[in-house]
Write a protein that binds this ligand. Structure first.
Ligand code: TEU
Ligand code: CA
Length: 554
């Protein structure tokens, strides 16, 4: 029943709040998406991953769901959604919905009910007595991913509930079989409405260690070893696969902090019947220490991490992404200071990822080279940034300037500025003042301008994706790094049944010498893709120009 179509798919991520506003209230919505379906099709992508559009009070922009079977008012109606999915399917684009089931909103009916100790819903969540004399200390030392303790006290019942994210995102109790059945039912509800798969939000957090023991103190998270890929994780996902995913020609991708090349086989191999693929985040940590403190990007380290995924058996499908709605923009994050070569740098990054053995994801705006934004303190909208700033103001105001510096590199807000469609008002995103500031560089960086130029980054994405499509060597080929230790060049060879691709990318804004590897022999060679007009037609030792990116067929 499963065609595993995702092995030859490129997926485009939409963060609906920031993509396109269809009704002029300053907030992106489903009608806005519908109006851009031809644009999405024109990119040559195969599927869309849509960040949550379900009913939500928006404490965390839709990642706090109050009704899993309906659409958020600000985004439209279920009928709009149906029109959207039909519009996608008629264009040959599949739809991956976001599945946020580690937690719900505190405004979900289950949680409202569960505040009552005698309710049958009490056990849908993780309620505990506090520590200390009168239970006024949280049950353990876990901290929320959004700053502060992971527990909130409820006066009414005199107990605490667990929330690994905001206090408006109480964690569901997956130990309760009823909860697990609810989740399967939700998935099947959307499958029956036609969706093609799910991106499973923080799915590796669902199983908490028995007795919820204290964690070891470590910065910036405390105790995460007690809920990341917990004791029943595999059991629960296998069960969900049986009850739902395996019954449809679906694809799943887990947001899977804690799944590494060492344990990936047990999580995604085709034989295990759990998730089809996962996002891992190690390569996103290369330019940060402990995920927070900015550090220098090291290409050799980055390649080493990605290579380990590439060497997994062919029955384990890796993913590759440079951006998502939680990450700063990839320019200049991975390319260094690009000066006036922004688009060339974007092409280099794109080339490096599109020809790996992986399902690539493109985040909205990446295809036109949108960049981080020079936010002032009051511009931050994300709960994570806002909480961090408030905490530092309270605890150690002296650190505020440093915190601001970190946020300018790290904040999730960078990915969430409105999509830059035109050089006109509000970047063509909306006719009203957008919910979040537009990056002032929209006059130079926008879709309208990119469409006009044949050599734009946008058109390079189209060329690269068209070339990639359906190629066995890209889908199935072996992957071998060339010059793995080089800190300037990302080069690799793909090989499948006698066909080879040689991908050479200069990651730097400087000229770099490239030598044909000594042990490489070839009779024929043809240039397949390049971001310079006059790249040599055949592979040779050469001086690579700034951000030069080349694919040869051998
Ligand atoms: O993200 C999980 C998560 O751990 C991030 O919030 C992480 O803290 C961030 O990437 C900084 O490194 C998922 C969603 O992608 C995110 O948008 C949600 O806020 C979060 O879960 C809660 O649902
Ligand atoms: Ca709107």
């Amino acid at each position: 029943m499963k065609t595993r179509w995702y092995k030859d798919a490129v997926i485009y991520q939409i963060y609906p709040r920031s993509f396109c506003d269809g009704n002029g209230d300053g907030i992106g919505d489903i009608r806005g998406i519908i109006s851009k379906l031809d644009y999405i099709k024109s990119l040559g992508v195969d599927a869309v991953w849509l960040s949550p559009v379900y009913k939500s009070p928006n404490d965390d922009n839709g990642y706090d769901i109050s009704d899993y079977r309906d659409i958020m008012d600000e985004f439209g109606t279920l009928d709009d959604w149906k029109e959207m999915i039909d519009g996608m399917h008629s264009r040959g684009i599949r739809l991956i919905m976001d599945l946020v089931v580690n937690h719900t909103s505190d405004e979900h009916a289950w949680f409202v009910e569960s505040k009552n100790k005698d309710s049958e819903y009490r056990d849908y969540y993780i309620w505990q007595k506090g520590r200390g004399k009168n239970g006024k200390k949280p049950p353990n030392n876990w901290t929320s991913n959004f700053v502060g303790p992971a527990w909130e006290y409820d006066e009414q019942s005199g107990e605490w509930y667990l929330h690994l994210f905001s206090k408006k995102q109480p964690d569901l109790n997956w130990e309760n079989p009823k909860v697990r059945q609810e989740v399967a039912d939700i998935c099947n509800y959307w499958f029956d409405l036609g969706v093609d798969g799910f991106r499973c939000d923080v799915i590796t957090y669902i199983s908490k260690k028995d007795g919820l023991p204290n964690g070891k103190l470590k910065f910036p998270l405390i105790g995460d070893e007690n809920y990341i890929v917990g004791p029943n994780y595999h059991k629960y996902i296998h069960e969900l696969n049986e009850r739902s995913f395996s019954r449809y020609d679906s694809m799943t991708v887990g947001e899977s902090i804690g799944i590494t090349p060492d344990n990936a086989f047990d999580a995604i191999d085709e034989s295990v019947g759990e998730l089809d693929t996962v996002f891992s985040f190690d390569h996103m940590g290369v330019d940060f220490k402990m995920n927070v403190i900015p550090a220098k990007f090291n290409l050799a380290k980055y390649k080493k991490i990605l290579n380990r995924w590439q060497q997994l058996p062919k029955t384990c499908q890796p993913t590759i992404f440079l951006e998502n709605h939680d990450q700063p923009r990839c320019l200049p994050r991975f390319s260094g200071d690009y000066g006036d070569r922004r688009e060339l740098a974007g092409m280099a990054l794109a080339t490096s990822m599109f020809f790996m053995r992986a399902t690539p994801y493109i985040y909205q705006g990446q295809e036109i080279g949108m960049t981080n934004c020079d936010f002032k303190q009051e511009d931050y909208k994300d709960i994570m940034s806002v909480n961090a700033l408030n905490m530092i103001k309270k605890v150690c105001p002296l650190l505020l300037p440093y915190a601001r510096k970190v946020l300018l590199k790290r904040a999730r807000d960078h990915a969430r500025t409105p999509m830059q469609w035109t050089a006109g008002d509000n970047a063509g995103f909306s006719t009203a003042k957008p919910w979040m500031m537009v990056n002032p560089n929209y006059k130079e960086i926008n879709v309208e301008d990119s469409e006009k130029r044949n050599d734009s980054l946008l058109n390079f994405y189209r060329k690269a994706l068209a070339y990639r499509k359906g190629k066995d060597v890209v889908i199935n080929g072996d992957f071998k790094l060339v010059y793995p230790k080089s800190k300037d060049i990302f080069a690799y060879i793909r090989e499948y049944e006698g066909k080879r691709l040689f991908v050479i990318v200069n990651f730097k804004n400087k000229q770099v010498n490239f030598k044909i590897p000594k042990d490489l022999t070839f009779d024929n060679c043809a240039l397949a893709l390049s971001n310079y007009a006059d790249t040599p037609q055949t592979l040779q030792s050469m001086k690579l120009r700034e951000y030069e990116a080349i694919v040869y067929e051998l």
